[in-house]
Design a protein around this ligand. Structure first.
Ligand code: GLC
Length: 663
C-alpha cells in the first residue's frame, strides 16, 4: 500500500505516473519536522538494512554514510563522494519494520543513513515543499515492485543496444572510426555500436558535424552500417553561443534558453566555450530541443547519449569576474580577507558552483522557477526532450538513448551510464553494486565505462571488467583521451577478449529476454541476493554477487592477480564456466561457501536450482544471432520462457513473443 503525504507546495516533477490520492491518515513510519526546512527521522535497529538510492556510492546496503541527491559532474568517484550524476530519492528500510520511502523533491536532499548516529536515518532538505510516498509491503522486493508500478514502465532500447559498443573520447576522423570498426571486424570480436564523442561536432556545436571530417555524413553512417555497426553520437546540454549557428539563433529568438534574473540568456562555459542551456523544463522549449535530434536521425542515426546535463558548468563570466576580483584583492593584501589557505578555492570553486545554479531561471507553465530549486530535473528533461521527440518522429520505433544525469521519471525515456569512473579495481565492484540500486529506481538499461574512463587500464583489469559487462544491459568500453588505449584489439592475445565478448552474444537471447520481462513487468533485472532469498540471513550480507533475471547468479572477479574467488550459494546451484575454447563447463555445487577458480579468459555464472537458460551460437552482431535452435544448459527437465521480439518495434504484448524452451 502506498500513502502519499504532501508538504507545502511541491514542484510537479512528473516522476510518479500513477494516480495516488493524498493520505487521509496513517503513519509516515518516522517523525517529520518542518521547523527548519524538511526533516524526516526514524530509528534504525542494528540489523536493519537500507537499500536504494540508485546511482549512489558505497554498498548495496546503504547504511553508514551520508548521501546527497545533487546531480553533479564529478570525475573522482572516491569512497567519500556524496553526490553522483543522478538523484534517485527512493530507499527501502528492511528489518524490524519494512517500508519504502520516495521523496519527490527536485533539489538538494540529504540521506543520512546511520552516519551521524548509527541508529538513525534522517532525510533533510532546505524547503518543505515535497511529496513523501510511504510504501508498505511484505518484503523489500515487494515494495520495489509497488514503487516501480507508481513511476511507470522503464525505457526499452532496441535490441542492437544489447550488443557490445566501443567508445573513446578522441575519435575524430572517419579514419579513426574505420580503424575501430576494422579492429573489431578483422579480429572477429563481435560489435554493434561505435560511439561518437564530442569531436565529431563542428566546434562542439550540438547537432552539427565537423565539416572537414564528415562532408557526407549519411554516406559514412551507411558505410559503417554496412559492417553492421551503428554510430551513436553524443549530445551535450550546452548550446554554443555563435552567430550564424541555427540552434543558437533559434533558441535566442524564441526565448528557449534559461534566463538570468534580468531576463538575459544565462551564460555558462562548457566544452564549446560559452553556451546557453536549453530550458528543457519549459514544454515548448523541450519540444524544440527534442526536434533537433531529427537533424541526425534524418542522416541515419538511431541512438544517442546525452551528456553534461547536470548541467555541468566549467565557469560563468560572473564567477570568473568574482574570482579575478578576489585574486586581485589577494595580491593587494596577501594577509587580508583572503587567506593563503583560500587561494586554490578562488579558482577551484568556479566549476559547478552553487551560486551559478541559483542565478538562472526556467519558465514552467507561466511560472519563473529558479534553477537551484529544480536542479535535479535538468538531465531528466533533456533526455525526455529526446524521448518525446522520438515518439513524434516514429511512435513505433525504438531508439537507443542514455543519459549521464537523471532523476526518477527519466527511466521512462532512457537509460544511464555511470559516468567518469577510473581504471581502478574498486570501480568494478562499485559498478556491480549500483546495478540493483538503479534497477530499484527504474533504471534498467545501464552500465559503466568498461575498463574505466580515467587513468590507464591494464589488460587484466579490462578483461575482468568486461566479464562483468557481459551481464550489464549497456556493455560499452569507453575511455578518456590521454589514457592508454583500451579497445579490445589493442592488447596482446586478442582471442581472450574475443571470447568474453562472444559469451555476451551467446547469452544475449537470455539476457534480452530477462531485460524485457523486467521492463514489462516492473521488475528488477539485477537483484541483491537478499531479495530472492529473504529467509537466508547470510544472503543479506553478500555485496559482490547478484541475481540476474530469474535464473542466474553472477559473481565476477574484481581483484587483481586473483585466480578465482569465494562465492556464497544460498542454495544448490550449477556452476557454469564459458571456456576459451567455446566449451561450457558445468558443475553442481551444494549450498554454502566455495572457492571457485576463474581464469582471466573465462566467464562464470551460476544457474539456480531447477532452472535452465538458453545459449546461442555466437555471432558478430546482434542481428546475426540464430535463436531457432539454442542449446539449453542447467537443470535437466526444467523449462524456460523466452521473450523474443523483433527488437525494433514496440509490439511488446504480442503473445507470440513468448515461447517455452525445455532443457
Ligand atoms: C564527459 C563524459 C565522458 C566524455 C567526455 C567528453 O566527461 O562523461 O563520457 O567522454 O565528457 O565528451
Amino acid at each position: 500500500m502506498v500513502q502519499k503525504y504532501v508538504y507545502g507546495t511541491p514542484f510537479e516533477t512528473e516522476a510518479v505516473t500513477a494516480r495516488i490520492d493524498r493520505a487521509k491518515g496513517g503513519s509516515v513510519c518516522g517523525e517529520v519536522s518542518l521547523d527548519d526546512g524538511f526533516c524526516f527521522t526514524c530509528a534504525l535497529e542494528d540489523d536493519d538494512v537500507v537499500y536504494g538510492l540508485g546511482e549512489a556510492n558505497r554498498g548495496i546496503n546503504k547504511r553508514g554514510f551520508c548521501y546527497v541527491s545533487d546531480c553533479t559532474d564529478t570525475p573522482h568517484h572516491t569512497e567519500d563522494l556524496q553526490s553522483f550524476y543522478g538523484a534517485h530519492n527512493f530507499i527501502v528500510v528492511s528489518g524490524s519494520r519494512t517500508f519504502g520511502l520516495f521523496v519527490d523533491y527536485p533539489s538538494k536532499l540529504t540521506f543520512d543513513i546511520g552516519f551521524t548516529r548509527m541508529d538513525r536515518l534522517s532525510i533533510t532538505c532546505e524547503r518543505a515543499d515535497l511529496y513523501l510516498y510511504v510504501i508498505d509491503g511484505e518484503t523489500p522486493y515487494d515494495i520495489v515492485k509497488q514503487f516501480r508500478r507508481m513511476i511507470g514502465r522503464s525505457y526499452i532500447p532496441p535490441k542492437f543496444a544489447f550488443g557490445f559498443g566501443q567508445s573513446r573520447w578522441g575519435y575524430r576522423t572517419k579514419e579513426d572510426f574505420r580503424e575501430v570498426a576494422e579492429g573489431y571486424r578483422k579480429n572477429h570480436i563481435p560489435i554493434d555500436m561505435i560511439y561518437m564523442d564530442i569531436d565529431y561536432m563542428q566546434d562542439y556545436k550540438d547537432f552539427t558535424l565537423n565539416e572537414e571530417n564528415f562532408p557526407d555524413f549519411p554516406a559514412f553512417v551507411r558505410e559503417i552500417k554496412e559492417q553492421q555497426i551503428r554510430l551513436i553520437p553524443i549530445i551535450d546540454a550546452g548550446v554554443k553561443i555563435e552567430d550564424g549557428y541555427e540552434v543558437y539563433e533559434e533558441g535566442v529568438k524564441n526565448g528557449y534558453f534559461c534566463k538570468r534574473e534580468d531576463g538575459s540568456d544565462f551564460v555558462a562555459a562548457v566544452w564549446p566555450g560559452y553556451t546557453h542551456f536549453p530550458d528543457v523544463l519549459n514544454p515548448e522549449a523541450r519540444q524544440w530541443f527534442g526536434d533537433k535530434y531529427k537533424l541526425l536521425t534524418d542522416q541515419g542515426i538511431e541512438g544517442f547519449w546525452n551528456d553534461m546535463n547536470e548541467p555541468a558548468i566549467f565557469y560563468t563570466p560572473e564567477g570568473v569576474r568574482e574570482a579575478a576580483e578576489k585574486v586581485q584583492a589577494f595580491f593587494r593584501n596577501p594577509a587580508g580577507e583572503v587567506s593563503n589557505m583560500d587561494v586554490d578555492v578562488l579558482v577551484e570553486g568556479l566549476a559547478n558552483n552553487e551560486k551559478d545554479y541559483a542565478s538562472f531561471y526556467h519558465q514552467v507553465n507561466g511560472q519563473r522557477v529558479r534553477h537551484d530549486k529544480v536542479h535535479n530535473l535538468f538531465g531528466y528533461n533533456m533526455t525526455r526532450a529526446a524521448g518525446e521527440a522520438f515518439e513524434r518522429l516514429d511512435p513505433e520505433k525504438r531508439f537507443l538513448m542514455f543519459s549521464r544525469s537523471s532523476y526518477v521519471g527519466m527511466h521512462r525515456y532512457g537509460g544511464i551510464w555511470m559516468g567518469d569512473n577510473m581504471s581502478w579495481w574498486s570501480h568494478i565492484l562499485l559498478n556491480l553494486r549500483m546495478l540493483p540500486s538503479l534497477n530499484m529506481c527504474g533504471f534498467l538499461y545501464t552500465g559503466a565505462d568498461l575498463g574505466g574512463f580515467n587513468a590507464d587500464a591494464s589488460r587484466d583489469l579490462v578483461l575482468r571488467w568486461m566479464a562483468l559487462g557481459v551481464f550489464t544491459p549497456l556493455m560499452r568500453n569507453h575511455s578518456s583521451m590521454g589514457t592508454r588505449e583500451q579497445e579490445c584489439f589493442r592488447f596482446e592475445r586478442v582471442e581472450d577478449f574475443r571470447h568474453i565478448v562472444e559469451v555476451r552474444y551467446r547469452l544475449l537471447p537470455y539476457l534480452y529476454s530477462e531485460y524485457m520481462k523486467a521492463a514489462l513487468e516492473d521488475d528488477m533485472y539485477a537483484k541483491p541476493l537478499a531479495f530472492v532469498y529473504p529467509q537466508d540471513a547470510h544472503a543479506v550480507q553478500v555485496e559482490d554477487q547478484l541475481i540476474l533475471g530469474d535464473e542466474i547468479m553472477i559473481a565476477p572477479v574484481y581483484t587483481q592477480n586473483a585466480k578465482g574467488r569465494y562465492v556464497y550459494l544460498p542454495e544448490e546451484m550449477m556452476f557454469v564456466k564459458f571456456m576459451p575454447d567455446g566449451s561450457i563447463c558445468q558443475e553442481m555445487l551444494p549450498a554454502g561457501h566455495h572457492y571457485v577458480d576463474i581464469a582471466l579468459n573465462e566467464v562464470p555464472l551460476f544457474i539456480r536450482k531447477g532452472k535452465c537458460i538458453p545459449v546461442a551460437e555466437t555471432a558478430e552482431y546482434v542481428e546475426a544471432l540464430d535463436t531457432t535452435d539454442m542449446k539449453m544448459i542447467g537443470y535437466p527437465g526444467s523449462s524456460y520462457t523466452l521473450y523474443e521480439d523483433d527488437g525494433i518495434h514496440k509490439d511488446y504484448d504480442n503473445p507470440a513473443n513468448r515461447r517455452i524452451l525445455k532443457s
